[in-house]
Design a protein around this ligand. Structure first.
Ligand code: S3P
Length: 165
């Protein structure tokens, strides 16, 4: 792995990860996609059928495998660095962890119509802000590099990352 992107839901990890990988001629993996492949069902279905705890176990196991087996760019899920075991894995890896910082109002505008994410359904967009506040310290602690993304296009976020790595 050459870079790992972390950040809250709606921070642009997947879009930026794909663009960054293209610019560097590397592969891109999205942790949620690998989880969906492994489970054979959507994230929403995993939450509905098996519960969030089962999702978190799967997420941990997929993260551990991906860190060992993949080269390239990894986009994590918004909750990935929050679990202590994942936090340790990320801190221990010698790959730069890049935080895509995003303001609450940007999250609200990007996720207002989201029909995909179980936590948006469960908490409502308003509840997401409280969740983000709880998680923010962890995002900062786990990261080597932070990019404030609110005023930037995805291509500009990639430029900002490339200026650091
Ligand atoms: C989650 C974020 C999602 C996905 C799952 C849980 C979270 O990923 O992993 O719905 O706990 O923040 P994105 O950040 O890519 O939306």
């Amino acid at each position: 792995m050459r870079a790992i992107l972390v950040g809250f839901m709606g921070s642009g990890k997947t879009t930026v990860g794909e663009l960054l990988a293209k610019r560097l001629h590397l592969t891109h993996r999205d942790l949620d996609d690998v989880i969906v492949e492994r489970a054979g069902k959507s994230i929403q279905q995993i939450f509905d059928d098996d519960g969030e705890t089962a999702f978190r176990q799967l997420e941990h196991s997929v993260l551990a495998d991906t860190l060992v087996n993949s080269k390239g760019i990894l986009s994590t899920g918004g909750g990935t660095p929050i679990q202590a075991a994942n936090y340790e894995l990320l801190r221990k890896s010698d790959v730069p962890v890049i935080l895509l910082n995003v303001k609450p109002e940007t999250v609200l505008s990007r996720l207002a119509d989201d029909g995909q994410r179980p936590l948006v359904k469960e908490l409502g967009v308003g509840g997401l802000i409280g969740l983000k506040e709880k998680r923010d310290a962890r995002y900062h602690e786990v990261s080597d590099i932070e990019i404030d993304t609110d005023e930037l296009t995805p291509a500009e976020v990639v430029d900002a990352i490339l200026a650091h790595v």
